[in-house]
Design a protein around this ligand. Structure first.
Ligand code: MG
Length: 388
């Protein structure tokens, strides 16, 4: 079998003005997807997503990666990952047994590599007629989900989080900064109302998107301790692994991060510095299924759990399902409460989420078929996804 072509589809979902929310990331105005389709001479097509800047990812796929992949056997996923990562030195990299990466090996380039890698795994599964997680080696066929939302201001936070628990989720996550902005008092009100509404038995997590300095994050962690918070996510800048370790040492609240990291090398730095209790890489940003399998395994050697970051696209959701079913150290799965159709309307088959559990599909490959006419329904729009 040979790769014959690699195509991309750009999609956008502009968020209606009355549905826009503010967090520490700013006001979300739209969401984009760069879907990647790897075609073969065998009538099998694989789909993936690179979750960087959609137009840049498209360009990297078409100009940098596709020319080196057309004609290759798509079933050689590990070798093709190395070829994409090492660029023109892909061949010596494999014959010498050491990566010789290109200068542009992170950021949107890695998102593009991730997207193609996910599509290659989809092809592999379809070729062998098994779901990807069974080819990787399965640990489970369902995983506990957690509802990820929590933007509501003040005491409304309790109502919002209780709605998610009522859907059957035994764990829920809220933003450290809600629509009403951040102060210690506002945080106390929002997290306090959430804990009160949820009762003692529903797990509650808080995400700060790397928006605090170390001293603020330590004070926030102290507040979160009062409300029995189950993890504090990205307390400080993703570039400050040492600072994050300091926050972690100061508190009994577990620290999680990883969605903003690229490759196993950056995750290794988090682990070596004792900066995390839970790693959360994003399959569509940190290197695809090939790299995330390595990351989950690497984390397990540090006795650290794996909880994939799952956001912004149904294709990310589908690919992450297979990693979660495979990795023994995965214990929970992010289920976005954003109503973006790019999360929930891309596929013919619905995701199976029942009583707070995400179930694996039993169909081959990713197990999901893209709907026709997506480009017409969600035409791409230029411009930023957030304003501040
Ligand atoms: Mg997060």
């Amino acid at each position: 079998m040979k790769i014959t072509d690699i195509k991309t589809t750009l999609l956008s979902f502009p968020i209606p003005e009355d549905k826009r929310w503010r967090t520490d990331l700013g006001v979300a105005t739209k969401s984009d997807n760069c879907l990647i389709h790897v075609e073969t001479d065998n009538e099998i097509t694989g789909v993936g997503i690179g979750f960087g800047n959609a137009e840049v990812v498209k360009s990297i796929v078409e100009t940098q990666l596709k020319p080196s992949l057309v004609g290759e056997n798509p079933l050689y996923v590990e070798g093709l990952w190395e070829k994409m990562y090492s660029g023109s030195r892909g061949k010596p990299s494999l014959s010498r047994g050491v990566s010789q990466p290109t200068f542009s090996r992170r950021g949107d380039t890695l998102c593009a590599i991730a997207g193609i890698d996910i599509a290659l795994w989809d092809i592999l599964g379809k070729f062998f007629e098994k779901p990807i997680y069974q080819i990787l080696g399965a640990s489970r066929s369902r995983v506990r989900g957690y509802a990820s939302g929590g933007w509501a201001p003040g005491n409304k936070a309790g109502e919002e989080m209780a709605q998610y628990a009522a859907k059957g989720f035994s764990a829920v996550k809220m933003r450290a900064e809600g629509i009403d902005g951040f102060s210690y008092t506002k945080l106390r009100t929002r997290v306090g109302s959430a804990r009160k509404a949820l009762g003692p038995d529903i797990e509650l997590m808080v995400d700060a998107h790397g928006s605090f300095d170390v001293s603020t994050a330590k004070r926030v962690a102290k507040i979160l301790e009062e409300y029995d918070v189950d993890w504090f996510e990205e307390p400080v800048s993703y570039d400050d692994h040492i600072g994050q370790a300091e926050v972690r040492k100061s508190t009994s609240v577990p620290i999680s991060s990883g969605e903003s990291e690229s490759t196993r090398y950056e995750i290794l730095d988090l682990l070596r510095n004792r900066s995390v209790d839970i790693v959360q890489p994003d399959v569509a940003m940190s290197g695809g299924i090939t790299e995330n399998r390595r990351i989950a395994s690497l984390a397990s050697t540090y006795n650290i759990r794996y909880a994939p970051h799952v956001w912004g696209s149904g294709v990310t959701f589908a690919a992450s399902i297979h990693l979660a079913m495979h990795a023994p150290n995965c214990f929970i799965f992010e289920v976005s409460q954003s109503n973006s159709p790019l999360n929930w309307e891309l596929f013919v088959e619905p995701f199976e989420i029942k009583n707070g559990y995400v179930h694996a599909p039993d169909r081959p490959g990713l197990g999901f078929t893209l709907r026709e006419g997506l480009e017409k329904q969600y035409p791409f729009q230029k411009g930023p996804n957030y304003t501040y």
